[in-house]
Write a protein that binds this ligand. Sequence first.
Ligand SMILES: Nc1nc2c(ncn2[C@@H]2O[C@H](COP(=O)(O)OP(=O)(O)OP(=O)(O)O)[C@@H](O)[C@H]2O)c(=O)[nH]1
Ligand SMILES: [Mg+2]
Length: 459
Amino acid sequence: MNNNREDTICAIATAQGGAIGLIRVSGPHAIAYTSAIFNPFKSGKRLEDCAPYSLTYGHIFERDETIDEVMVSLFKAPHSYTGDDSTEIACHGSSYILQKVIQLLIKQGCRMAQPGEYTQRAFLNGKMDLSQAEAVADLISSTSAATHRLAMNQMRGGFSKQLAALRDELLKFSSLIELELDFSDHDDLEFADRRELKKLADHIEQVISKLVDSFEVGNAIKQGVPVAIIGETNAGKSTLLNALLGEDRAIVSEISGTTRDVIEDTINIQGIIFRFIDTAGIRQTTDEIESMGIERTFQKIEQASIVLWLLDATIANRQYSDLAEQILPLCKDKQLILVYNKEDLSYNPPTPPTNCQHISISAKKGTHIDKLQDMLVSCAHLPEITQADVIVTNARHHEALTHALDAIHRVQQGMDMGISGDFLAQDIRECIHHLSDIVGEVTTDDTLQFIFEHFCVGK
Ligand SMILES: Nc1nc2c(ncn2[C@@H]2O[C@H](COP(=O)(O)OP(=O)(O)OP(=O)(O)O)[C@@H](O)[C@H]2O)c(=O)[nH]1
Ligand SMILES: [Mg+2]
């Protein structure tokens, strides 16, 4: 990846089709390059001579032709988003104009920004830590009040401040223990108060395990509560998926075994994001590909928190008893809802087994889909989220925290068993390492590249 920080970069930061299009320029020559294609209308003052954090009205020109009338905002290092000199050119939102201005900037010496390069520079310039940078991407992609609140919290520092404070205290202990090791011929020397260290380790263990546990909720909030739609072939699973999503996402047909692979999509219902997973219908088959699909169906049941078991209401009792033995054990710790579909065809309402949540619908006619949605919302069991809630939503953070928790457990156990200082120091260092990883202090270039390449261009 070409991400030389000395380059001056440019990108269109707004989506296509709006009235205004914003071009961002950042880097050592941002102001000079912008100035070279910009003529201020009134003041006649060159951009270089304008006060920072000011807005200048003028036109972008190419030779003697005016390309657009624009507003240019000016930011001086280090007080800009990236921490470098930057300008933002607000143009009219024509894709022709925007491309033209980008071309002119490139002629001056700019290069196109990589995805996430502005935020990456902000991180590298110390404007934010890595978890805050990641929150910027989450904020842009937030699709519900809860994901928005969590991203906002994390962008403001979230748990990284708290973790940094705990890590600093651990660092103090680790250097004291290392000091003890330097004096190892004096066996009884203890610079690091073991009682204090134990207290700190217990406290850290508490904080981290709470964060680790919060990921289940965090992940459901961010990726959507996983809902598997399962049942025999032709029960109407794909029809139901389409009805829930309000679009023709999956192929529906009267041929058994239409869906062979897993189809997933998310939708926001009453503020909660659900991830619906349409699966291959379960039946005995000799078709190899269909069997593979059915195997996946069972995997998806395991990953789901809510299972919608679709039964064709006209033959529901038979379908239930055929599959109960296979399905029920997999749903023990999940919310299972029996969905009797095709109620429009059924004259005798089926008798659902007691102790099972159930509902009758017609996926095809859209009857009672709203009731099913209400049921889903009440089954989701997600807490009300405020901007003060500290919840881990990022898989990378979850992984680092899990490693940190393992290390701190070893510190606790080691102290209980009275192990020697050098082993203790090693576990403490490991815990510190994983805590530092979250805020990006020990993160490798590969990890950084992975994180930022998933950003949009212009952010
Ligand atoms: N009358 C009626 N027909 C329905 C209803 N829901 C689905 N169907 C029909 O049932 C047939 C099968 O529907 P699908 O949604 O493809 O069923 P599926 O469970 O996804 O089937 P596979 O993918 O083969 O496992 C289609 O012809 C649908 O139009 C319903 O509520 N009422
Ligand atoms: Mg299907």
